[in-house]
Design a protein around this ligand. Sequence first.
Ligand code: NAD
Ligand code: DAU
Length: 338
Amino acid sequence: MRMLVTGGAGFIGSNFVHYMLREHPEDIIINADSLTYAGNLENLRAVEQEPNYQFVRVDITDREALRPLFEQEIDVVVNFAAESHVDRSILEPDVFVRTNILGTQTLLDLAKEFKVRKFVQVSTDEVYGTLGDTGLFSETTPLAANSPYSASKAGADLLVRAYHETFGLPVNITRCSNNYGPYQFPEKLIPLMIQNALADKQLPVYGDGLNVRDWLYVEDHCKAIDLVIREGATGEVYNVGGNNERNNLQVVRTILQELGKPESLITYVTDRPGHDRRYAIDASKIRTQLGWQPKYNYESGIVETIRWYLSNQAWMEQVKSGGYRDYYEMQYGERLGS
Ligand code: NAD
Ligand code: DAU
């Protein structure tokens, strides 16, 4: 199978590339990523020489630059490429609409033109909006996005659905809860708190710290997407989540305990505008119809993740310094003439 993976240099995308090369060495992976601040080729250094792996620097809104990739007879497109951080979407919504909506539509057009066998849109539980103290998001929960980020992802989901209904494009949409694990950019809760705690800096907790997220170890998300690619019924949406609801204070306290740091580092700060209170996923459809089972529970996954960041401080320093761009120039600049 020839697979076009967009956004494969980001957090989940790079974990997915590692996962696929390990689990399906017979497949060919073409990673198309524009390398925004969140894209990092260091995440893929261990596989960059693999004969069945290729990296192409390309923006998913650039139709003509994407065309030669589709001319290589792509079987499956998996679209991870996105602006993914809610706080940034509040500061600068434009780029979220451009990449997440226009970029997805550009890929859909090319997938239609080149008759790909499957288009998998990697979406998010945030498209459903927010929950009260009880209840779960199912695949039939109405979309009710609250941030520019989630609204742009919901817009993309509707386009994916429309290309299926109108043009018969074979699609799937996955909607996963919060991921954690190796290679996550330190703007997100868990790596940010680990970094601050290690440096004895304040840990900025938004509002009262009682917002709830349903945490899933990134490899379990990759496993779910792999199953959907191979066995997902055409046109279907699959929710993915680990039944690991924790409020933000619980997450932060676990990190402090594991690192042996004092709770006095916790600092409450002004809340995120439009801050969704609670997300929780009903994943029974993917469990029963596709046999998906997460391997990690939160207790084992979070400890493994903290250990990964402890043993990969050089990676973190390089990410923070923006050195990955220098790495890209050094590795590819001359060869690609960019
Ligand atoms: P990320 O921000 O770490 O990575 C995004 C990647 O997309 C980067 O490599 C970036 O360079 C690339 N990219 C951005 N704009 C691009 C463009 N115009 N053209 C080509 N590449 C571009 O994001 P992530 O956390 O790995 O999330 C990946 C996907 O999964 C996103 O679609 C996100 O909405 C979805 N998702 C994330 C989570 C989560 O908890 N992180 C949960 C559910 C769904
Ligand atoms: O639910 C899936 C979504 O999870 C994905 O679609 C998004 O791409 C991903 O970024 C994530 O969104 P969240 O907004 O839930 O993740 P974030 O790590 O930004 O925040 C998690 C919670 O922690 C949220 O309630 C806000 C809070 N928070 C976050 C940061 C960065 C803080 O209290 N302090 C912080 O400094």
